[in-house]
Design a protein around this ligand. Structure first.
Ligand SMILES: NC(=O)c1ccc[n+]([C@@H]2O[C@H](COP(=O)([O-])OP(=O)(O)OC[C@H]3O[C@@H](n4cnc5c(N)ncnc54)[C@H](OP(=O)(O)O)[C@@H]3O)[C@@H](O)[C@H]2O)c1
Length: 293
């Protein structure tokens, strides 16, 4: 989809982090936006910022893990904006912990938020898109979906799942006028969940600003299927990793990523360095203990 002006989009995870940049970037291109997340007040701030850019914007507080909430989101979006042309599944959570320290309910939360909800929401918007022969579905995956992130096994699994989902969906959507894409950010500075960890990315994969992710979403809507968002070219490394199983582990060791994330997991587990974002997504000993079942 090239001409976005006057289109209607749903953006999840628009209360903070990358979702705010994505929503404002779409609004800046004349796209009306339905904004979803749980925090109503912060969502309202994003709504006002988008409206100030001259588009119609509606805030719909929802928990994306609730199918009823997602139905309410799509109904409200259609009623207030019109048919949905663009879906950006951006809401996501992570937990930096070894698999043995993930509780079963935390595993369930991460899978339902990062993978289940995007699949449900895609299923809800797709029939109208196909009927109108117009639509773009963008999944905000991660580099962790291409190369596993240490101490983020469930997170990485969900992000890889989004890439598989996108790849398969594009085959059945071939010729329908609707396209699916996955955007894969590496480490993002200034806003979002990596910034909240308070760590420094390895030099080879240094951080990118959040606007680069929002620009990648525009590129995805324009037709790119898989859009990595890193500080340098990463596709040759993807290709090499496919040819050489074990390369990801070697690179992660060499870059010190395993050590860095093990240290972070241990700090969070000990509750010594609770990150500022106060939910399960951000970890922290209290949140982890509360969730352990
Ligand atoms: N930041 C990075 O470096 C990075 C790198 C690669 C990929 N990503 C991906 O980018 C996306 C955005 O991440 P971010 O960095 O912006 O994280 P963030 O700052 O933690 O924001 C996450 C967003 O998701 C929403 N959300 C979480 N659980 C939800 C739920 N159950 N229902 C509704 N909304 C929910 C949050 O809103 P509420 O809490 O208000 O509900 C918030 O708006 C995620 O999919 C993440 O995996 C981020």
């Amino acid at each position: 989809m090239k001409d976005l002006h006057g289109s209607n989009a749903i953006v999840t995870g628009a209360s903070r982090g990358l979702g705010v940049y994505i929503a404002k970037t779409l609004a800046g291109r004349g796209v009306n936006v339905a904004l979803a997340a749980r925090s109503a007040e912060r969502l309202e701030e994003t709504r006002r910022a988008c409206e100030a850019l001259g588009v119609r914007a509606v805030a719909v507080p929802v928990d994306v893990t609730s199918l009823d909430d997602l139905r309410r989101l799509t109904d409200t979006a259609r009623r207030t904006l019109g048919p949905i042309d663009i879906l950006v599944n951006n809401a996501g959570i992570e937990l930096t912990a070894s698999l043995v320290d993930h509780s079963f309910s935390q595993i369930d939360d991460i899978v339902r938020t990062n993978l289940g909800a995007p699949i449900w929401l895609t299923k809800l918007v797709l029939p109208d898109m196909i009927a109108r022969r117009r639509g773009a579905v963008v999944q905000v995956s991660s580099l962790a979906g291409k190369a596993g992130e240490p101490y983020g096994a469930i997170y990485s699994a969900t992000k890889a799942g989004l890439i598989g989902f996108t790849d398969s969906l594009n085959m059945e959507l071939d010729g329908t006028g609707v396209r699916a894409s996955a955007v894969c950010p590496g480490y993002v500075s200034e806003a979002g969940m990596w910034e909240a960890q308070g760590l420094t990315a390895p030099r080879m994969l240094k951080e990118v600003p959040p606007q680069k992710v929002a620009d990648a979403v525009i590129k995805a809507i324009g037709g790119a299927t898989l859009v990595p968002v890193t500080s340098g070219p990463i596709r040759p490394l993807f290709a090499l990793a496919d040819l050489m199983p074990g390369l990801n582990l070697w690179v992660a060791r060499r870059l010190g990523v395993i050590e860095m994330m093990r240290g972070q997991a241990e700090r969070l587990q000990a509750g010594a360095d609770r990150p500022p974002v106060g939910d399960v997504a951000a970890g922290g000993a209290d949140a982890q203990a509360a969730q352990r079942q």
